[in-house]
Design a protein around this ligand. Sequence first.
Ligand code: SF4
Ligand code: SF3
Length: 547
Amino acid sequence: MFCYQCQETSKNEGCTIIGVCGKTADVANLQDLLMFLCKGISHYTMRLRKLGIEICEIDRFIVDSLFMTITNANFDKSRFITRILMAYEMRNAARERLISAGGKIDDIKFDGAHWIGETEEEMAEKALKVGILTSENIDIRSLRELTTYGLKGMAAYAEHAYNLGYTDSKIYSFIQKTLVDLTDDTLSINDLTTLVLETGKYGVQVMALLDRANTSSYGNPEITKVNLGVRNNPGILISGHDLKDMEELLKQTEGTGVDVYTHSEMLPAHYYPAFKKYSHFVGNYGGAWWNQINDFETFNGVFLFTTNCIVPPRKNSTYGDRVYTTGASGFGGFKHIEDRNDGHPKDFSELIEHAKRCSAPTEIENGEIVGGFAHNQVIALSDKIVEAVKNGAIRKFFVMGGCDGRVRGRNYYTEFAEKLPNDTVILTAGCAKYRYNKLPLGDINGIPRVLDAGQCNDSYSLVKIALALKDAFGLDDLNDLPIVYNIAWYEQKAVIVLLALLSLGVKNIHLGPTLPAFLSPNVANVLINMFGISGITTVDEDLKVFM
Ligand code: SF4
Ligand code: SF3
């Protein structure tokens, strides 16, 4: 195996024996093979698109497959084998359709468009020949992987939007066109750099689509106090990012005596008006994703992963038989709830019955945290915010969104938040917030010093907020705002968020805790020269520069 797609990759070089995340070599290789086959399928679907033919089932399959390969989403080998067999079927269907529509197929040379290996051994053997390292030039490899990870993040957001009935054929088309481009050995470094930037442009579009899907379905997030304590009923702890799953779980648990709590990235579900009406939607339990191996021990109930981030349970864990996955997520040994069929909701009855047999959660903290500062809510407060900036009460904003992770260096973000002067405000989205969202940072004239817009995909809100402030201050350039970007990344959704910010012209982003291993020195230099991207140093040094 070779995988360097996330921030925790071994030695900041690459995982080669087993993933730091726990992904085994066979699963990593099958993920490479699935990506290879998605590129093969796309060779046919792009030709079909040129003939005006779109196959929704395949669009969905590709998006879902990409999502399954995101860090910490799916560790289940059997799901990847099934998926690869499905990929052959999809590819055959696309090929047949192209032939019957009079399209050409004999000039498609890419091996992924033809290769079939039915047995596990054949798959394993082929997988070794199609991984990341097959791009020998390190700059080409770097640009291809940067684009690939952007596509994976894009696929995740497209999938959430799809689940709420929102699709955009241009996004599917871009993903498939780009998958084909990634197999084109004639593309130069310049061509691939252009592709990276284009990926960011579509990143903005997919986040806008998901924002529309979420807010049209569940209302605009509003200022909300989220309870951190527990009640005396058995509970289900739901994690991941999928709001459709959240809705269906809340509906199906209503009146059952089972409470529902959020973990990690599902916390922002509390900010949506449509979910607040459920009295059994109790609060948020625990911290960021990587804390699950502790938090799940004391929750005592049942767990539902709707997406990443899953951490393999410790050997002596007590909760492994109470965990369920759904959607793109999976883990060998956890039960998987099947997708919705023909417009019917998912069936969560098994896990609800399971939860009824469990004890109530053990309280690990109490109190409340405040969130819900997505674009609509912040723009409603913009007069107050602009006034606070004009009269000097707020000197600077710090965008500290992104991901959390388990490496020790991430203490930087807690210390950074603690040491920020009192006349600064943190704008955040994603699970990075768990590094500082429970600190007593206070408020400025009633404006909390941490404004949480929501999940990582709600980073789009941070952009809308910045654009609204730019207008309010009558500025021509986003970069003239008193905003510093100090972003933490971990997995591939953070990559699409970063590329989206770059495509909007945001400059001088600080990226930590380390720069991605998949950026070759030359590619890193391009990003530094074009966009002023840089890493982080120490809190004290960085604060001197930022303030
Ligand atoms: Fe390693 Fe990250 Fe890949 Fe897991 S996802 S194998 S930790 S680089
Ligand atoms: Fe977090 Fe996985 Fe990225 Fe969604 S839950 S931000 S890491």
